[in-house]
Design a protein around this ligand. Structure first.
Ligand code: NAD
Length: 254
């Protein structure tokens, strides 16, 4: 029996990286996956990949920072059993290298985007008798990482947001957890290396890989497997928790 047979899943930022791997795996496990992404091109590629394998996927071009857009898309979907708040953006810089515009942008996407999806989806889940929510935090919520001021704060907010939702909606049969990956090899990582360390891409990639005790970055598919477990009925007793998936980064980096 597939783990998400007959379920409807919403994955924000499902057009790339971790969200792409989650969307593909959830569809393979029987879910009808709805991708909400700013970038329709990436999302449509994922849709094609899923449909080629006989799965079901719908793409909704949507900026998660815009509450009206998110509400309209969610209203068009109907029943929703699973929500993965995955859309997120990076920012590199300490306090002095974080402009008000940088700060607002990171919070608009990483924090308000997750809130907007929760605001739209929770009433639907309540009406359906429950659901499972997974939010993408990061090891940056747990340890001090150089030059990740705004990003780390946004991921700390995701952790606290998950606890709040888990507590408030337990009686509605809604579970809410977060996961905290260390570095995962996605366009997100390639993008910030290219932007922040031009000309030193290979050296930085190796440095970042070696900064994880396990000696490499995670693959998106490895993150998707943990996401699948937490969003499936196998995790029915798990709510209000964060799960690092970090190659030893938090506890073994000594
Ligand atoms: N890659 C890592 O090393 C890593 C580590 C820890 C946590 N994370 C978190 O995992 C999540 C996914 O990261 P990734 O590496 O797969 O990123 P990615 O850049 O590869 O993909 C992010 C996706 O989100 C979409 N997106 C961005 N802004 C959006 C918006 N306003 N509205 C809708 N969609 C939007 C993008 O179009 C893209 O498809 C993020 O929340 C990130 O913070 C990533």
């Amino acid at each position: 029996m597939s783990k998400l047979e007959g379920k409807v899943a919403v994955v924000t930022g499902g057009g790339s990286g971790i969200g792409r791997a989650i969307s593909t795996l959830f569809a393979q496990e029987g879910a009808w996956v709805h991708i909400l992404d700013l970038n329709p091109q990436g999302a449509e590629e994922v849709q094609q990949e899923i449909e080629d394998l006989g799965g079901k996927c719908s793409v909704h071009t949507c900026n998660v920072s815009d509450q009206e857009e998110v509400l309209a898309v969610v209203a068009s979907i109907g029943r929703i059993d699973v929500l993965v708040n995955n859309a997120g953006i990076a920012h590199v810089g300490d306090v002095e290298h974080c402009s008000p515009a940088d700060f607002d942008k990171v919070f608009q996407v990483n924090v308000k985007g997750a809130y907007n999806a929760l605001f739209a989806v929770i009433p639907v889940m309540k009406a359906n008798g429950g659901g499972a929510i997974l939010n993408l935090a990061s090891i940056a919520a747990w340890v001090g990482i150089t030059d990740r001021f705004a990003y780390s704060m946004s991921k700390g907010a995701i952790f606290a947001m998950s606890l709040s939702v888990a507590r408030d909606y337990m009686q509605d049969n809604i579970r809410c957890n977060s996961i905290s990956p260390a570095r995962v090899h996605t366009p997100f990582v390639d993008g910030f290396i290219a932007k922040n360390y031009p000309g030193k891409e290979t050296e930085m990639f190796e440095k970042l890989s070696q900064s994880q005790p396990i000696g490499r970055m995670a693959q998106p598919a490895e993150i998707a497997k943990l996401a699948l477990f937490l969003c499936s009925d196998d995790a029915g007793f798990i709510t209000g928790n964060d799960y690092p998936i970090d190659g030893g980064f938090i506890k073994l980096n000594n």
